[in-house]
Ligand binder design. Structure first.
Ligand SMILES: Nc1ncnc2c1ncn2[C@@H]1O[C@H](COP(=O)(O)OP(=O)(O)OP(=O)(O)O)[C@@H](O)[C@H]1O
Ligand SMILES: [Mg+2]
Length: 240
């Protein structure tokens, strides 16, 4: 039986979709069978970051509304054997999908895949609650900005209210120069509840930005410091 990991954040633009794509690709490289599910209904990007936008016929809403079967909505990635993708609906959610629907979907996917990785929408509203429907673990993306710290504290309170306690953090867009100069919060400015649950740091690097634009996860390039970093993060997630 697989595990469902939900990648979430309070603030938008913290790197959830970038992280989901590269974690999925890394897990697949490590021999796991992985499905990336885009639950950012209406504002989807994961198809672009994987370069699969022209391959989407059916999406999550089609599966949940019974228009197609799960297997028909699974798109095999072109670069990473073992990696599959299920697209989000391009239409904003019309309120038909509930967290329970998503739990049932995740339970079925966990019978086929080792990891079900959900790319959640930013924020606190219904979209997040729906994306969390089948969560076994949550990974909150944060960036070295006071706004991100505050928003992540609010999200983690919401998670606690929903009895989701298995939460870890990834600190993304780390800019050591700004941190050293005191122009961005450094780790000692973060609350301890966050720092003790950080399982990875990802540098701010224009190559990551370029890779999301090109539609190829950056970990496709073997042997780089970024690939090695993702490999270490993947090992920590396997051990959770
Ligand atoms: N470590 C990084 N270094 C440089 N650029 C990054 C990094 N991580 C993400 N980005 C860039 O930041 C932007 C936002 O990333 P991404 O779309 O993954 O965030 P998100 O949290 O999914 O956003 P949203 O809340 O809108 O869904 C993208 O242009 C991406 O290329
Ligand atoms: Mg996103």
């Amino acid at each position: 039986m697989g595990k469902t990991l939900v990648i979430a954040s309070g603030k938008g633009g913290t790197g959830k979709t970038m992280f989901a794509a590269n974690l999925g690709a890394t897990m697949a490289k490590r021999g796991h069978k992985v499905v990336l599910v885009d639950m950012d209904t209406g504002l989807r990007n994961l198809d672009l970051y994987l370069g699969l936008e022209n391959n989407v016929v059916y999406d999550v809403s089609d599966v949940l509304n019974g228009v197609c079967r799960i297997k028909q909505a699974l798109i095999k990635d072109k670069s990473f054997p073992g990696l599959f993708f299920m697209a989000a609906s391009p239409r904003p959610d019309d309120g038909e999908i509930t967290p329970l629907h998503v739990k049932v979907l995740c339970d079925k996917l966990k019978k086929i895949f080792d990891y079900v990785i959900i790319d959640a929408p930013a924020g606190l509203d219904d979209g997040l609650a729906i994306a969390l429907g089948g969560a076994d673990k949550v990974i909150l993306m944060i960036t070295p900005e006071f706004a991100s710290i505050r928003d992540s504290e609010t999200v983690s309170m919401t998670l606690r209210d929903q009895n989701i306690t298995d939460v870890r953090y990834i600190l993304n867009k780390v800019n050591t120069r700004l941190m050293k100069a005191g122009l961005a919060p450094s780790l000692r400015d973060f609350p301890r509840e966050i720092t003790e649950k950080i399982i990875g740091l990802i540098q701010e690097d224009e190559n990551i930005h370029i890779s999301t634009n090109m539609g190829v996860p950056i970990v496709f390039m073997e042997g780089t410091y970024i690939s090695k970093n993702f490999d270490n993060i993947a090992k920590r997630i396997e051990a959770l």
